[in-house]
Design a protein around this ligand. Structure first.
Ligand SMILES: Nc1nc2c(ncn2[C@@H]2O[C@H](COP(=O)(O)OP(=O)(O)OP(=O)(O)O)[C@@H](O)[C@H]2O)c(=O)[nH]1
Ligand SMILES: [Mg+2]
Length: 220
């Protein structure tokens, strides 16, 4: 089966927020317990079935921030925070969104991703609640007029919520209809009205691609 379309998604967020783990587990099924800080952007790729068509998903993992060219070309942006570290959530508002509002010229859909959801119930430390992350998501949407689609909680360690996250990424990138019922670890926001036209990722034919190579990684 040939690839019907390509979707690029960019992972941003503080150090240690679990970006590489999300990309590595979803694309290659590999989870590392040790934290090895990323120093450069790295792109993971995976072919995913979506509505009986093959979508080539390119997941751009960053060291936390990236030059505008990197996220400007993405069809969806994932702003990641660790559910065990409230500062990483605040950083999304104070650092990452402030930068996006300056350099992101398109209405790219943005999803806040609460990572490490498996720690719920395993620690006495306070973890970031869904309500808290939703409040920040709404603030980012309203203060910076960014196209914040919602919040998804997931775990790279247990894979809980990971498929749903990337299904949502593909739906948003290709502007497909949302499911009628949200999973209970997901909350979508109402998108503010804007005069700007929405920009969607280009849908291209990649029939010459080797379908057997469903997952690979390269750096730049
Ligand atoms: N319990 C748990 N730990 C996780 C999960 N995801 C990542 N971690 C751990 O969190 C640490 C950081 O994960 P990374 O994926 O390297 O984080 P990162 O955001 O890429 O970090 P930088 O590259 O430094 O920005 C590692 O020790 C991971 O094992 C998760 O879902 N659950
Ligand atoms: Mg990393």
């Amino acid at each position: 089966m040939s690839v019907a379309n390509t979707v690029e998604v960019c992972l941003l967020g503080s150090q240690n927020s679990g970006k590489t783990s999300i990309a590595s587990v979803y694309a290659n099924n590999i989870f590392y317990d040790d934290h090895v800080s990323s120093f450069a952007c790295e792109t993971y790729a995976k072919n995913v079935m979506n509505k009986k068509e093959l979508t080539n998903l390119r997941i751009v993992d960053t060291p936390g921030t990236a030059s505008p060219q990197v996220y400007q070309s993405a069809g969806v942006i994932l702003l990641c925070f660790s559910m065990e570290d409230e500062t990483s959530l605040k950083d999304l508002k104070e650092i990452h969104s402030a930068e996006l509002s300056n350099y992101l010229k398109k209405r790219t859909p943005i999803i806040l991703v609460g990572t490490k959801s498996d720690i719920k119930g395993t620690t006495t430390e306070e973890i970031v609640s869904f309500d808290k992350s939703l409040k920040i998501a709404e603030e980012i949407r309203d203060i910076y007029n960014l196209n914040v689609a919602g919040v998804v909680e997931c775990s790279a360690k247990t894979k809980n919520g990971l498929n749903e996250l990337f299904e949502e990424v593909i739906r948003r990138a290709l502007n497909q209809a949302q499911p009628k019922k949200e999973p209970n670890f997901t909350k979508y926001l109402t998108v503010p009205k804007t005069k700007k036209k929405p920009v969607f990722v280009s849908v291209m034919s990649m029939s010459d691609m080797d379908d057997d190579v469903s997952s690979f990684v390269y750096s730049y």
